[in-house]
Design a protein around this ligand. Structure first.
Ligand code: AGP
Length: 614
């Protein structure tokens, strides 16, 4: 959470930092701030979003500068207000810092600094860090880079920081541990971002700073990188960016979420590209090809993730059991990391994450590795921490997902899980060539079937109008579509703030049925081959209690069509592939409800796109 940006060079730092903050706003949007230096230090901060900061900065500070840092915040320590907003300044007024992460032992350090005469204006852990750096700089009489390095060796927690000293405004010192930090290299200029989007317009050369490294970035001068722990000089890899600017723009859609929902056919084509080879009847997936034995002889797979990625893992459980006959457990990463999980030789842990930066997932992976598991990552963001922490893995190739509510990440994660399960199932001889080829043919048709599901957008908008004023909503599904019900409920909750629960359809009678009345709509996934008759009975039970039904049905359905208050038809496919289609109307339903309620769809309250804190 939180986005940090920085620039040092000959261009106007204000423009670069502000545009960078606009692009990183998905990471947090409680407050924002900027620090610029041009013969004096100018800091402007505000509660609220970047556009509010722009207005305030234009009125209050000089915007001419060749060095600057900025921050967009998702509050952890201290409520979102002007004082707790970053950047934060050290007691002598010289050092200024932006920080993404949490300093866990800040309270102890703060007390020590208070004893030494320091005072604090904010409630943040970051103000403690900048003062610790100042203290080290003054007492050890060292340069800023060294002071940062020494200070960081005293802290526990997670950080990506950018800090500069107004007494020496020709360098920005950056460091990271647990939070992402990308450095763009231009001609005589350096860019900093929590991801690469702030500098996409300026350079294609990027360094992803590694865990526990510090960098001293200078304009027109040599840049240096060190290991924080042992001072050794390092030469990080310079990678070439392939991301295009158009991929991070709204492209004519009102919201990123709507754009990303509509991008799913293309995203899945990209996931399948070069992997699903229909003509040859094979799946090529290098992460699996190179480790096929491990997968075919695996005793158990544990899938870990959070939120939507956890839901994708639940679909994965059904897929692996059916297609590869491997026992699967799906765990919330946040629970897994604090248990004492039993990992045996031959066990595989699959970590799923869109951002590749989710703190709980990362910690759970580290634990799994310590316990000897082979850890396989399914990730969207190239070069992210989770990809680097995995023993092997596969990218989803969904392209940047900017809307906080995950959409195309989910369907592409599931697509990867199908490819994996099919490849392993075939290698183990669980599925015949015929079945395998049938799956390949159907998977290949999924993008156009999603396109068809998207064409019901207007009808879904009308349904949204009918149910938008409900305060609660139930989502039911069975088998492969039970996790889709959970995901549908999560989508509604997070962007419309309507309380929603997902349940396995048959569980309804064990409790949730008590909630049903004319005011609580139920969204039921009733696909043709998914325990159809039983789900129809559940629908009738709801109707006898005056509950409204919104049903997701398969084209050609007759029964549910007649009894549901509203229905959306999805094209027919193999039952186990239906989550890729049933998800689409649920995403659109949540989207339209949120828009009709006037909610901020892309940046819902209290949330952030990548959760880099516990
Ligand atoms: C989904 O809509 C959420 N915003 C959230 O649950 C998300 O899926 C979760 O935080 C995990 O993120 P990751 O996939 O980047 O690890």
């Amino acid at each position: 959470m939180c986005g940090i940006v920085g620039y040092i060079g000959d261009k106007n730092a204000y423009e670069i930092v502000i545009n960078g903050l606009r692009r990183l706003e998905y990471r947090g949007y409680d407050s924002s701030g900027i620090a610029l230096y041009n013969s004096e230090l100018n800091v402007c901060k505000t509660k609220g979003k970047v556009e509010k900061l722009v207005k305030k900065a234009k009125k209050n500070i000089s915007l001419e500068a060749n060095i600057g840092i900025g921050h967009t915040r998702w509050a952890t320590h201290g409520e979102p207000n002007n004082v707790n907003a970053h950047p934060l300044i050290s007691n002598n007024g010289s050092l200024v810092i932006v920080h993404n992460g949490i300093i866990e032992n800040y309270a102890t350090i703060k007390n020590e600094l208070i004893d030494k005469g320091y005072n604090f204006k904010s409630e943040t852990d970051t103000e403690v860090l900048v003062n610790l750096i100042e203290y080290v700089q003054e007492t050890e009489n060292v340069k800023l880079g060294k002071a940062v390095q020494l200070a960081l060796s005293q802290v526990f927690g997670a950080y990506a920081i950018a800090v500069f000293d107004k007494k020496k405004p020709d360098e920005i010192v950056v460091a990271r541990l647990g939070s992402p930090l990308a450095i763009g290299i231009g001609e005589g200029e350096m860019f900093i971002g929590s991801d690469v989007t702030p500098f996409l317009d300026f350079t294609r050369k990027v360094i992803y700073l590694d865990e526990g490294q510090v960098g001293v970035l200078r304009n027109h001068k040599e840049t240096k990188f060190y290991e924080i722990s042992n001072d050794s000089i390092i030469s990080p890899n310079i990678e070439t960016l392939e991301l295009e600017l158009s991929e991070i723009e709204k492209g004519g859609f009102d919201h990123f979420m709507l754009k990303e929902i509509h991008e799913q056919p293309k995203a899945i084509i990209d996931t399948l590209r070069g992997r699903l080879k229909l003509n040859k009847g094979i799946i090529k997936l290098s992460g699996i090809d190179n480790n096929l034995n491990k997968f075919t002889s695996a005793n158990k797979i544990t899938i870990i993730g959070c939120g939507t990625s956890w839901h994708a893992g639940l679909v994965g459980e059904y897929i692996f059991e059916k297609i590869s006959r491997i026992p699967v457990e799906v765990e919330y990463a946040s629970e897994f990391r604090y248990r004492d999980p039993i990992i045996n030789p031959n066990d595989i842990v699959i970590a799923i994450s869109q951002s590749g930066e989710t703190a709980d997932t990362l910690a759970a992976m580290k634990l799994a590795k310590e316990k000897g598991a082979f850890v396989f990552g399914i990730c969207n963001v190239v070069g992210s921490s989770i990809t680097r922490e995995s023993n092997s893995g596969t990218y989803t190739h969904a392209g940047p997902e900017i809307g906080v509510a995950s959409t195309k990440a989910f369907t592409t994660q599931i697509t990867v899980l199908y490819l994996m399960a099919l490849k392993i199932g075939k290698a183990k001889g669980i599925i015949s060539n015929n079945v395998f080829n049938k799956y390949l043919t159907e998977l290949n048709l999924i993008p156009e079937k999603i396109e068809k599901s998207l064409s019901f957008n207007n009808k879904i908008e009308e349904i949204a109008d009918q149910i938008k004023d409900s305060t609660n909503c139930l989502y039911l599904g069975r088998g492969f579509n039970f996790p889709v019900a959970l995901e549908g409920a999560l989508k509604l909750k997070e962007i419309s703030y309507i309380h929603a629960e997902g349940y396995p359809a048959a569980e309804m009678k064990h409790g949730p049925i008590a909630l049903i009345d004319e005011n609580m709509p139920t969204v039921v996934i009733a696909t043709a081959k998914g325990h159809y008759e039983k789900v129809v009975s559940n629908i009738r039970e709801i109707q006898s209690r005056k509950g409204k039904i919104i049903a997701i049905i398969t084209k050609g359905d007759k029964d549910v069509k007649e009894i549901a208050d509203y229905y959306i038809e999805i094209p027919e496919t193999i039952e186990s592939l239906t989550p890729l289609l049933t998800t689409i109307p649920l995403q659109l339903l949540s989207y339209h409800i949120a828009v009709k309620l006037g909610k901020n769809v892309d940046q819902p309250r209290n949330l952030a796109k990548s959760v880099t804190v516990e």
